[in-house]
Design a protein around this ligand. Sequence first.
Ligand SMILES: NC(=O)N[C@@H](CC(=O)O)C(=O)O
Ligand SMILES: [Zn+2]
Ligand SMILES: [Zn+2]
Length: 357
Amino acid sequence: MNLSQHQITFRQPDDWHLHLRDDELLNAVVVPSARVFKRAVVMPNLSPPITSIKSAIEYKSRILKALPKDYAFTPLMTAYLTDETSPDVLREGFQEGVFFAAKLYPANSTTNAAHGVSDISKINSTLEMMERVGIPLLIHGEVTDSDIDIFDREAVFIERCLDPLLRRFPRLTVVLEHITTEDAVEYVKTSSAKLGATITPHHLHINRNAMFQGGIRSDFYCLPIVKRERHRLALRRAVTSGEPCFFLGTDSAPHLRSSKESSCGCAGIFNALNAIESYAEVFEQEGAIEKLEAFASEFGPAFYGLPLNQTSITLKKNAHIVPIRFNLNSSFSKNEYLVPFHAGESLSWSISSPKEN
Ligand SMILES: NC(=O)N[C@@H](CC(=O)O)C(=O)O
Ligand SMILES: [Zn+2]
Ligand SMILES: [Zn+2]
C-alpha cells in the first residue's frame, strides 16, 4: 500500500457479495462494479433464481457480454439453494468450475427469496456433500418467524440456526453475509477460521434513524435492516480490527425507483457507484486508512484460498458530491432511475481507473 495524505494506491479489491440483476439493469449496473473490483461473488436471487448449471453458465455469459471490452472482471457464480436442490447437480457444477459457492436464503427472508430453504434440515444431504467436497456456504442470516422482531432476526438466526449448523458441520466453509449486529461480530470473531463475514458500506455509515429522518426514507431500507448505533459502531470496530474473518462485500442491490418508492418498497441499497470510496471514508474517519487494503483486497481471497490480485487501484483525495440519480437508458420508462447510496452527500475520495502494478 502506498499511502500519502492525498492519495492511496493499493491492491485491487474484490466484492464478495454483489447483486448484478439481469437484462438491461445488468447492463447498467455492471460497469460501476467492474471498474473497481477485479472479482465479484454474484448473487443468484434472480427471478427465477439460478439453480441449475445451465442457468449459471448463461447468466455468467450475459454478465461478461455486458462488460466493455477492456474490462478484466471475473464474476464468481453462486447456486441458489432450495428444498429441492440436488447435491449431485451442485457438486457437478462446483467441480466443473461453474459454481463458486452455494447461497442459503431462508425462505421469504429477503428479495427473491420465496424459493429459499424452508427448513435447514431439508438440505442436510446437500450440506454434508458441501462439507466433504469443500463448497462454501453463503448465508443470508435471518429468521423469518413473524413473532421475531425484525431487528432481532439476525441475532436469533445465529443462536437458533447458525450455531447448530456449525456444530453439525464443523469443516464446512461458511460466510455469514452482510452482518449488521454486535452479536454477529462477536460470534464470527470467536468462531473457527471456517466462518467469515462480509460487511457492507451502508451498515458502517447509517443506523436505523436514517430510515426515518424527517419522514420515511425507503432508500435506506435494506435487509438485514440497519440497526441501533451500537451495532454500527461494533461493525466499524470489526472492519478496522485487522481480523481476517471480516472482509468486503458491498451487497449493492439496485431496485428501480418505482419499486423503492411504493407502499411496499423493496429492500436493497445501490452502493456500487461509490462503494470503495464509501469504505475509504469509514477507514479514514476511524484513523485506520492503512487497514483498508487488507479488508478490501486480502482477507477475502485468503479466506477462500484464492490468489491475491496483482493489479492496483488509486484513490485520490478529491471531495465530490455524489449524484442524486443514476440515470438509466431509454429501454426503461422515463420515470425510472436508481438512487445511489450517499446521494447528494460529499465523499472525500475519488477513484482513478485501475491500473497494472
Ligand atoms: N440486501 C437487500 O436488502 N436486498 C438484496 C437481497 C439480500 O441481499 O438480502 C436484493 O437482492 O435486493
Ligand atoms: Zn441477503
Ligand atoms: Zn445481498
